[in-house]
Design a protein around this ligand. Structure first.
Ligand code: PGA
Length: 241
């Protein structure tokens, strides 16, 4: 695990976009794993800028997202389909993008199909991750074990609270989501994690310096051979590096 600390979130976004750029320039038909949430928004803005400036061409790129809420119509502005369209897909020329279908009532079939499609696409080359306050990656919540495959997850009260800011009231926050499993994430050839702000400092410290523990799902990343972590000073403030 390589950890880089930058002075500002803007620098983190530019560094993350540089990693994505290198990947796409090296392999134009890359399979990218994408994330939602507040953290990657500025990285997506940088990628859009690079595309508009004629530097990045996504025309051979395929993407798979980490997760999607269960039962939320894709027309809802906080569905992850809508988020991705607004923040990236509508502004670049990605060949093909896929998110778990949270409206498919046969969750098991959908989750199995999702993992199979990732495999058929050749696996994820570069997976972008944020980290939840509780250490989740994707929506893999703290647990007594790591779940391997894409699966239907019960969101924890802390995640529901964290997601409250995107909805009019806590009642409207979905309680379940379909998420890539820890195994699906760990199979990516390279992983890029971004964490910003003081609110993430404690969990970042546990991820980087604590034990590998399913109660801090992100700690499993230390067992992956190619993980780059980009932090701003605030998110890095509890590291003893
Ligand atoms: P955030 O979420 O980017 O909105 O902080 C990160 C996550 O929950 O993975």
């Amino acid at each position: 695990m390589i950890v880089h600390v930058f002075d500002t979130p803007a620098q983190v976004a530019r560094a993350a976009a540089a990693v994505f750029s290198a990947q796409i320039l090296k392999k134009p038909d890359s399979v990218l794993g994408l994330a939602t949430g507040g953290t990657p928004v500025d990285t997506y803005k940088e990628l859009i800028k690079l595309h508009q400036d004629g530097i990045l061409d996504f025309s051979q790129v395929t993407t798979f997202n980490l997760d999607e809420y269960e039962g939320l119509p894709t027309s809802h502005p906080e569905s992850y389909v809508a988020f991705m369209k607004r923040n990236l897909f509508d502004h670049v020329n990605i060949k093909q993008s896929r998110l778990p279908d949270g409206l498919n009532k046969d969750h098991q079939k959908e989750c199995a199909a999702y993992d199979e499609e990732i495999r058929q696409a050749g696996g994820v080359d570069l997976q972008l991750l944020g980290i939840g306050n509780n250490g989740h990656i994707g929506f893999n919540e703290p647990s007594d074990h790591f779940v391997y495959d894409t699966n239907l997850v019960d969101l924890t009260p802390s995640t529901i609270k964290a997601n409250r800011r995107f909805f009019d009231s806590e009642d409207q926050v979905p309680r379940k989501a379909l998420s890539m499993g820890i195994g699906t994430i760990m199979e990516a050839r390279s992983i890029l994690m971004i964490a910003l702000g003081e609110g993430k400092a404690e969990v970042v410290q546990k991820m980087v310096e604590g034990d590998i523990d399913p109660q801090v799902p992100a700690s499993i990343l230390r067992a992956h051979k190619d993980v780059t972590v980009l932090l701003d000073r605030a998110a890095a403030s509890k590291l003893s590096l």
